[in-house]
Design a protein around this ligand. Sequence first.
Ligand code: SF4
Length: 253
Amino acid sequence: MPVLYDAPAAAKTLRNYEALQRFYPPLTLEKPRRSPMRELISTVLSHRTTHADEELAYDRMLAAFGDWAGVLAAPTAELAHAIRTTRWPDTQAPRIQEILRRVKAERGEFALDFLAQWPTAEGMRWLHDMPGIGLKTASLVLLFNFHKPVLPVDTHVHRIAQRVGMIGPKTSADKAHQLLLAQLPPDPLVLLNFHKHNYWHGQKVCFFSQPDCARCPLKGFCNYYLEHHGPATPAALAATPARWEVAWGELAH
Ligand code: SF4
């Protein structure tokens, strides 16, 4: 039977948000990192693929076929070859072409800007209905590009939420989208920071294997820490760095 902190999940989610907000640089909503179409297709390419390989696949795809119309018209096998650095190019290539075909057929152009005017739930449904677009991808596009109040739960957010006890240890990522969203204020700025800070934390501190708990500001209320190290001592808490140091590594965008 695992040892658990007796604190409500929602309280832990807010403590996580506040602690990581102090630990990592806060983000603003000002400028989306990519165009909506690029965010959508890049997220499809990123499935179980490193950021560097995803970028390489994207650049090769556009270099080979020029633009979205070219990608749609390309022989599917050639598209799969262009995106061969992704995990499943033979699956992703027809998927990307089907997404492009539907966007063009339904909207008349390769653009998603109309989503800014749509209600959040409607936009989520429209994106989620596309082949290979799950809750995470739909949420990423709506939050990053249109500042809608949704929360993408990727593998890092999911793992940390389970370990800390913000959700149950067996709660699925899809279910976590709803649960964590309900525990946070419906403020896109809060949701963006919560997502991104936990993403960084999963990459840099709370690794899949052997998390670096000594460096972690969540140890005082984390179930995993309690179970593996016992209650966080005053000395362990005092030794925790106050914030992320640039010298420890770059934080990916
Ligand atoms: S204390 Fe350890 S397990 Fe818990 S969130 Fe931090 S790094 Fe992860």
